[in-house]
Design a protein around this ligand. Structure first.
Ligand code: ATP
Ligand code: MG
Length: 271
């Protein structure tokens, strides 16, 4: 990871919908930017929530991720600054759902995003990719581009069951498309410590995945949910909220983990 001083590239993914991927992507981007890191947030979801939640109008851009994936534009032309968050955004909107079909015709269709990122990777310390809740060709492009996967998850009854499918997909991508890919960690989000079941599931996750579970736990916090309607990352909207503080702590933890992993570069990446 970060072998040549270029960006560490992470996918924020979970094939389950509504688990906090986009909230994590936006707030992690803003937290890393606040820690003086150069960050690009790629919105790989046609819903465009990461774009809008960064204060960028998803329908205003002339070029966006769709043209980038089809090789019609570079990221350098399509990126937009999130003034609110202090990071760059590669925006998306519903046009992107057409890319799925257009890509099928192309050679190297799983690596279009990887090739595009390679041209600008030196501009950033971190590239974060907000994935859609599917295991589609779009998500495969994300996973093929990344050094690592960050999985936000809620501590609910079926959480572990869904995880095994995702871990198998990551292993398949690792074996067939991207030998750099590894599971960076699981992030417990929307956590309510008063709910006994959540504590039990949290303990189960730790016993299954050990040090692959981030120490930071993001609480359920209404300020994080309110922020996108103001076009602001939660950590900017109310930086004293418990949710904001958790994401800043997570940014720090990720930076520490990246440094530690870089020291192990000679070792084979492990999933
Ligand atoms: P999708 O699968 O549709 O892309 P997602 O996994 O990206 O969804 P989010 O959009 O981040 O999930 O979050 C789903 C909902 O939960 C949103 O309304 C968001 O504001 C809210 N939410 C996310 N994290 C928290 C939190 N820690 N506390 C309270 N609400 C949260
Ligand atoms: Mg999302």
């Amino acid at each position: 990871m970060n072998a040549n001083n270029t960006a560490s590239i992470f996918c924020i993914t979970n094939q389950k919908g509504g688990v906090g991927k986009t909230t994590t992507a936006i707030n992690l981007a803003a937290a890393l930017a606040a820690l003086d890191k150069r960050v690009l947030l790629i919105d790989l979801d046609p819903q465009g929530n990461a774009t809008m939640g960064s204060g960028v109008d998803k329908n205003a851009a002339d070029v966006n991720l769709y043209q980038v994936l089809l090789g019609e534009a570079g990221i350098a032309q399509a990126r937009v600054k999130s003034e609110a968050g202090g990071y760059d955004v590669l925006p998306s909107n519903r046009e992107l759902s057409g890319a799925e079909i257009d890509l099928i015709e192309m050679d190297d269709r799983e690596r279009q995003l990887k090739n595009a990122i390679a041209q600008i990777a030196d501009d950033y310390d971190f590239v974060l990719i907000d994935c859609p809740p599917t295991l589609s060709l779009l998500t495969l492009n994300g996973l093929s581009s990344a050094h690592g996967v960050i999985i936000p998850m809620q501590c609910e009854y079926f959480a572990l069951e869904g995880l095994s499918d995702l871990v198998n997909t990551i292993k398949r991508v690792y074996n067939n498309l991207n030998p750099d890919l590894r599971l960076i960690g699981l992030l417990r989000v929307m956590f309510d410590a008063r709910v006994t079941l959540q504590q039990q599931v949290s303990a189960q996750i730790v016993s299954h995945f050990g040090d692959r579970v981030f120490e930071t736990i993001v609480p359920r916090n209404v300020r994080l949910a309110e922020a996108p309607s103001h076009g602001l990352p939660g950590i900017v909207y109310d930086k004293s909220s418990r949710g904001a503080k958790a994401y800043v702590e997570f940014g720090n933890e990720l930076i520490r983990r990246v440094k530690k992993e870089a020291l192990r570069l000679q070792a084979r990446p492990r999933i």
